[in-house]
Design a protein around this ligand. Structure first.
Ligand SMILES: *Cc1c(COP(=O)(O)O)cnc(C)c1O
Length: 387
């Protein structure tokens, strides 16, 4: 009996053909596939400007820079995320703080955000940027966060790394309320380019900054240049940027994957709904479904309800792994990482995230998962919890 992974990419012949066609073309990097992928991604998410980069961590970094984050600034995010959501601010010399989660959605608490903003305003230490994360693919209540942004004067970077294709209030995630939305195409995410990320914004000026930052701060656009062009070879570096470019090979894969997004999404939704039904009577807290949104179901996380079960997380986790079920945990709260403790954060700072973490197990969910495989996961859970 082979193991069932917690996540798995979906690669079909069309993906392989697309990459091979690019490999045989004149362009391996910076060719037509990148622009085509950016355009198609923007159309799918109804976002005017998309800037593809080497990974979502790079996307978060240049998103912060494009919004002016620098030394002395403060950036807030959620503890319940991958470390990249917080590290990006530190790359810019800014400091990081966190807003605890809402235990139901597992996303940054809007009530908590408002309360913390009021305290910060009184202390004269408001954040320049807030980075809410659409955890597991469930969109944050971005309209409410936008209202707070307008009141308190911060910008919003939506870390939508988990949420490609998710919907909020009838609109694609990232298309409204936020300054920049960031998506990841790492192999475990909803669609993949192996490694890859996207900055998406409705603001052409922000997009122009992102494009400069992606490639060394270099422009070939005469309108952006400081001096007169000296000839057809001429380019200028007008700021400090990076090499965060993605290749045409990756973009070709992304474009091919994007064409199947509706099917991938439908399959995740069907499997998630099946878990909802099959696990309804287990001693678990299941992912919430919100009336205003549609999750991308990047992850399916169960929390063990300790009032209903005396099997603890570690015991359950080890038993499941022993049965070949590729469970995982998302996430140890960022502030608990040694590198963040060294900055002064300590256990107890964000109790809802810590309590969530202590009980959470991510169970397998990916589009090629069969119902038989899903039944095996449910059977293993039954055995583990003595049901
Ligand atoms: C995966 C992930 C990232 C980083 O993405 P990479 O493309 O691997 O750099 C950032 N934030 C969240 C929430 C993620 O899950």
């Amino acid at each position: 009996m082979t193991g069932i992974p917690y996540s798995c990419q979906t690669i079909e012949d069309a993906d392989v053909d697309a990459v091979i066609a690019t490999l045989r073309s004149p362009f391996l990097t910076q060719g037509p596939a990148i622009e085509a992928f950016e355009k198609a991604f923007g159309e799918a998410h109804q976002i005017a400007e998309c800037v593809a980069v080497s990974n979502a961590t790079a996307a978060l970094h240049i998103a912060c820079l494009a919004l002016g984050v620098g030394p002395g600034d403060i950036v807030w995010t959620t503890p319940n995320s991958f470390v990249a959501s917080a590290n990006c601010a530190r790359y810019c010399g800014a400091s990081v703080d966190f807003v605890d989660i809402d235990p139901v959605t597992r996303n940054m608490s809007v009530v908590g955000l408002k309360a913390k903003l009021e305290v910060a305003r009184d202390g004269g230490k408001l954040p320049k940027v807030v980075i809410p994360v659409d955890f597991a693919g469930l969109p944050c209540d971005m309209k409410a966060i936008r209202d707070l942004a307008d009141t308190f004067g911060f910008k919003i970077i939506e870390d939508a790394s988990h949420a490609v294709g998710a919907v909020l209030d009838g609109h694609p995630v990232g298309s409204r309320h936020v300054d920049i939305a960031v998506f990841s195409f790492h192999a475990v995410k909803i669609i993949t380019t192996a490694e890859g990320g996207m900055c998406a914004t409705q603001d052409p000026e922000v997009a122009a900054k992102l494009r400069l930052l992606r490639s060394h701060g270099i422009t070939r656009n005469p309108e952006e240049m400081v001096n007169e062009s000296e000839g057809p070879w001429y380019y200028e570096q007008i700021g400090l940027g990076y090499n965060y470019r993605v290749t045409d090979l990756q973009a070709a894969l992304g474009l091919s994957q994007l064409k199947r997004l509706p099917q991938l999404y439908a399959r995740r939704e069907a499997l998630a709904r099946r878990y909802d039904e099959l696990l309804a009577d287990f001693p678990f807290i299941l992912p919430s479904r919100e009336a205003i949104s549609q999750s991308a179901h990047h992850l399916y996380v169960i929390e063990i309800d300790e009032r209903a079960s005396n099997v603890d997380r570690r015991t359950a986790f080890e038993a499941l792994r022993g049965m070949g079920i590729g469970v995982n945990v998302h996430y140890m709260p960022i502030h608990q990482q040694p590198d963040y403790r060294a900055l002064g954060f300590k256990p107890g700072d964000f109790p809802a995230s810590e309590r969530y973490y202590a009980r959470a197990i991510t169970i397998p969910l990916y589009p090629t998962m069969t119902e038989d495989q899903q039944d095996r996961v449910v059977e293993a859970l039954k055995q583990t919890f003595g049901l």
